[in-house]
Design a protein around this ligand. Structure first.
Ligand SMILES: [Zn+2]
Ligand SMILES: [Zn+2]
Length: 157
């Protein structure tokens, strides 16, 4: 690779890069890779975008979410430079290609939030009747009588 800045744009098949959960990852992963080659060092920035199917943690409905993430890594064939930081990886000087498949896969997985909600204000399911409160309302909340209120009512009587 020549010195300077290089941009690569590609579409990866999710299964081909190890995202095996086919029901979840059914679309290609768009990858943009920016590489700055300076001497023995390759400064790599990956920007990934895809969509995946999840189940909402609150209402259990399936939904599709955009996943966007960015990841930076440095590859070098300079062993002295390598010791500076653990985020720097070694690449043999004679190596003509750097395989970043694993980095792409991990970047996509890191883009998945811990809490998965179909929308930020998802109302979830009623814990009593199981109604999806986003699409219907139930009367459980009204019918439930707080026992503390009952005790108070008795006192007031
Ligand atoms: Zn939901
Ligand atoms: Zn209910």
């Amino acid at each position: 690779m020549e010195e300077g800045h290089h941009t690569f744009v590609e579409s990866e098949n999710p299964q081909a890069i190890g995202l095996e959960d086919e029901s979840r990852f059914s679309r290609d992963v768009d990858v943009r890779v920016e590489v700055d080659k300076r001497g023995k060092n390759y400064y790599i920035q990956q920007i990934v975008h895809t969509k995946a199917r999840f189940e909402c943690d609150r209402c259990l409905e399936p939904f599709v979410k955009d996943l966007d993430a960015e990841y930076r890594v440095v590859y070098t064939s300079d062993t002295e430079f390598l010791e500076l930081d653990e985020d720097i990886r070694y690449v043999a000087p004679e190596q003509s290609e750097i395989d970043i498949t694993e980095d792409i896969r991990e970047t996509v997985l890191l883009a998945i939030p811990i809490k998965l909600l179909c929308k930020h204000d998802c109302k979830g399911l009623c814990p009593h009747c199981g109604a999806n409160l986003n699409v219907e309302s139930c009367t459980c909340a009204e019918e439930m009588i707080d026992p503390r209120w009952e005790a108070l009512k008795k006192l007031l009587r």
